[in-house]
Design a protein around this ligand. Structure first.
Ligand SMILES: [Zn+2]
Length: 238
């Protein structure tokens, strides 16, 4: 929370609070769930796997807190306009969490996490759009593609100012009406990149999907300087 506050300014409201409920050491289970309320992250832990967490389980817990905590800014300081725009807050919170974890723990494998986002976004936009994903129960598309778009925005920000994802998103948190619209997000991408073609790629995946989404993601990354190589039609982060 301190890292986020340093990068983005203080969270709105009271001191952020983390409330964890413990369901018990259910055998053969390691489960973490949760949600965010005004000023509070509510988490639920269950299973014997949580009692003696390995590195992977600890990373998962920290990532979870990082994602939910990011919503104090991206989700509460500003919210999305329509549910179909939840890629803005979910993908944005994902990239905030990855960047924060990497800062707090240099051994954290940010590349692996982001590769999962790329792979899931490509898989979930083949012939179908992000804005209709929730209707199919494919909420994951909002997280994965939102993170992919955030990575492209971060690349454009880095090329322009040497900054990162937080530098891109910070001015967008200052919305007088408390709403960060899709148009405002996309206009900011054009503003920082000065490349109006970028939003067309984002909008294609949002509104239509693609026969070959990997090609769309590859073009976004290529034009924003996100490091990757193509491997048999797959976008592989490097
Ligand atoms: Zn979330």
């Amino acid at each position: 929370m301190g890292y986020y506050a340093r990068r983005l300014g203080p969270a709105p409201g009271d001191a952020p609070t983390l409330m964890v409920s413990w369901t018990g050491p259910t055998r053969s289970l390691s489960s973490m769930g949760g949600s965010v309320l005004p000023g509070m992250i509510s988490m639920s832990f269950e299973g014997e796997g949580v009692l003696n967490p390995d590195r992977e389980a600890l990373d998962r817990a920290h990532w979870f807190i990082g994602h939910e905590g990011a919503h104090f800014w991206l989700g509460q300081a500003v919210r999305y306009e329509y549910a179909r725009d939840m890629w803005i807050t979910e993908g944005g919170a994902d990239l905030m969490a990855v960047r924060a974890l990497k800062t707090l723990n240099p051994a954290y494998d940010a590349r692996a996490e982001l590769q999962t986002e790329v792979d899931d976004c490509v898989r979930l936009t083949q012939g179908r759009s992000v804005v209709t994903a929730a209707d199919r129960g494919e909420h994951r598309a909002h997280y994965a593609c939102g993170a992919v778009f955030a990575m492209a925005a971060e690349g454009a920000q880095k090329a322009r100012t040497g900054g990162d994802w937080f530098d891109f998103i910070k001015p967008l948190l200052a919305q007088p009406d408390g709403v960060l619209t899709r148009e405002e997000w996309l206009s900011a991408l054009t503003g920082v990149s000065r490349d109006p073609s970028l939003r067309l790629g984002v909008e294609q995946l949002l509104d239509q999907g693609a026969a070959d989404p990997a090609a769309v993601v590859a073009r976004l990354f290529q034009r924003t300087g996100v490091a990757f190589r193509m491997d048999g039609g797959r976008v592989v982060l490097i």
